[in-house]
Design a protein around this ligand. Structure first.
Ligand code: ZN
Length: 138
């Protein structure tokens, strides 16, 4: 499985703690500091408590595949399609029901993605950064 070398946008610090967590092999999600609700994708203002700040916490890297697709032709700028095909999954972390993280499916050992597949965080190095990746649990 290839990984597109397409760096995240860090022009704002909104998602940097998420990517810092991936580099450390951890899944970090933003929680409301007041009520503990997880908000993914991180909003600039928390809808539950607009005056509260997000608090990034490390959570379990296990979750379940909510949906998936196979990329057979990359449309990323400058991509020469040497990394295709690869699978992209929407993962609902156990620690954040209702939240869905776009990620790569990796180390599948020939297993096809499926809705309901149990997965574990497995960040994927792509150049000088990491992308969210998950591998199937046995
Ligand atoms: Zn709240």
């Amino acid at each position: 499985m290839g990984a597109p070398d397409y760096p995240p946008r860090f022009d704002e610090d909104l998602v940097r703690p998420f990517y810092d967590g991936l580099a450390a092999g951890e899944l970090r999600l933003p929680h409301c500091a007041r009520c503990g609700t997880v908000h993914w994708y991180p909003p600039e203002v928390l809808p539950c408590h607009p005056d509260a700040a997000p608090e990034w916490r490390t959570v379990s890297g296990e979750g379940v595949v909510y949906s998936f697709t196979t990329i057979v032709r990359s449309l990323l700028p400058g991509d020469d399609n040497t990394t295709t095909p690869y699978e992209v999954v929407l993962v609902e972390p156990d620690a954040a029901p209702g939240s869905r993280i776009v990620a790569l499916l990796c180390d599948g050992d020939g297993r096809s993605p499926a809705c309901g597949l149990r997965v574990q965080l497995s960040p994927v190095r792509a150049g000088d950064h990491f992308l969210p990746g998950f591998r199937p649990l046995p």
